[in-house]
Design a protein around this ligand. Structure first.
Ligand code: PEP
Ligand code: MN
Length: 341
């Protein structure tokens, strides 16, 4: 931590603050500038108490942390890309995955039709969402336990990997045997109790960025998972709340590039919830791959017009193969970018 003292700070102030710094288990190094004195404090900021309490002292102008709030997910700690294994489907380190499936499970026939279409064109991880945490309590909340049963039946037939959103700690156990990767949705992105519980479930986690989370908050949420025993984390950029309604959310591709620099964890982009309109999904999907994403998660439904939720943004699962063909050069680009890095 760096403590910047006020111009009027006296030698007595400097001595008093240095003693306080020592009592908080940091070593002070005093740097006397022309106008102001700075105390550089050496010590582990993650395990020691923060020196920010000292910012209330009359002789202190400001206190700055130097270490990042996330350590285990940082590139400094683990320079090479992590690869996440979702029941045999790899994400990261040059493995580009396109995850697809409907916004929500609506019926056995609906999920089965989507899985038939999507697995036929090579999709290895299916969105299978029996729980839908929604902003409005009047919107479709998912089939819940009936949806879990549908997942089980479809899994028995197709043996395909599935990602399912977990709305709270109470649903972890009922989802565990059918879920190959848990999703933490944007509304739960900073639900630390859920993150801690989920870390012990023994499954990879797709961690969406909160709709108003900073990159630091996103990565620190991932740190909760890793420090509590879940190293298999995939980050997902899905767009931020913004002033502009032209798209549903503002896809933050800069954050994808920043996350690639700061963390070894794979990053995927969700163009569907960013776009809010199916016609915009292909462009945002291409942009996500070009920005360095390790994959995409895309909503695809056998009958989007009649979907129970997010009807306007879902692609038709029957034409997903044709869409993937148009995406092929960008998938190759994403692989090439990974080799260069
Ligand atoms: C979803 O992926 O089903 C979803 C609800 O997205 P988000 O949490 O990003 O809004
Ligand atoms: Mn949706």
């Amino acid at each position: 931590m760096i403590i910047v003292l006020k111009r009027h700070a006296s030698e007595t102030d400097i001595a008093t603050i240095s003693e306080l710094v020592c009592s908080l288990r940091y070593q002070p190094r005093i740097i006397r500038g022309v106008e102001q004195t700075v105390i550089a404090c050496i010590g582990d900021e993650l395990s020691n108490r923060s020196l920010e309490v000292l910012s209330n002292l009359p002789a202190v102008e400001s206190v700055f942390p130097v270490q990042k709030k996330f350590k285990l997910v940082s590139r400094e700690y683990h320079p090479s890309d992590s690869v996440v294994n979702v029941n045999g489907a790899l994400i990261g380190g040059g493995n580009i995955q396109i995850i697809a499936g409907p916004c929500a499970i609506e019926s056995y026939d609906q999920l089965r039709a989507a899985v038939v279409d999507l697995t036929a064109c090579g999709v290895k991880i299916i969105r299978a969402m029996p729980f839908k945490p929604r902003t409005s309590p009047y919107d479709f909340q998912g089939l819940k336990l009936d949806g879990v049963k549908i997942m089980r039946d479809i899994k028995a037939e197709f043996n395909v990997a599935m990602v399912a959103e977990v709305p709270g700690p109470a649903q972890i156990e009922m989802l565990r045997d059918v879920t190959d990767m848990f999703q933490i949705g944007a509304r739960n992105a900073q639900n630390y109790d859920l993150l801690e519980h989920l870390a012990h479930a023994g499954r990879p986690v797709l961690l969406k960025r909160g709709m108003a989370s900073t990159v630091e908050e996103w990565l620190t949420a991932a740190e909760y998972l890793v420090v509590n025993g879940c190293p298999q984390v995939v980050l997902c950029e899905r767009g931020l709340r913004s002033f502009d309604k032209a798209t549903r959310n503002l896809l933050d591709l800069g954050a994808v590039a920043v996350a690639r620099q700061l963390t070894h964890l794979p990053v995927v982009v969700d163009p569907s919830h960013a776009a809010g309109a199916s016609s915009l999904v292909p462009a945002l999907a291409r942009a996500g791959l070009a920005a360095g994403a390790d994959g995409l998660i895309i909503e695809a439904h056998p009958d989007p017009v009649n979907a129970f939720s997010d009807a306007s943004q879902q692609l038709e699962s029957s034409s997903f193969g044709a869409f993937l063909e148009t995406l092929a050069p960008w998938i190759e680009l994403a692989k090439a970018l990974r080799k260069q890095a």
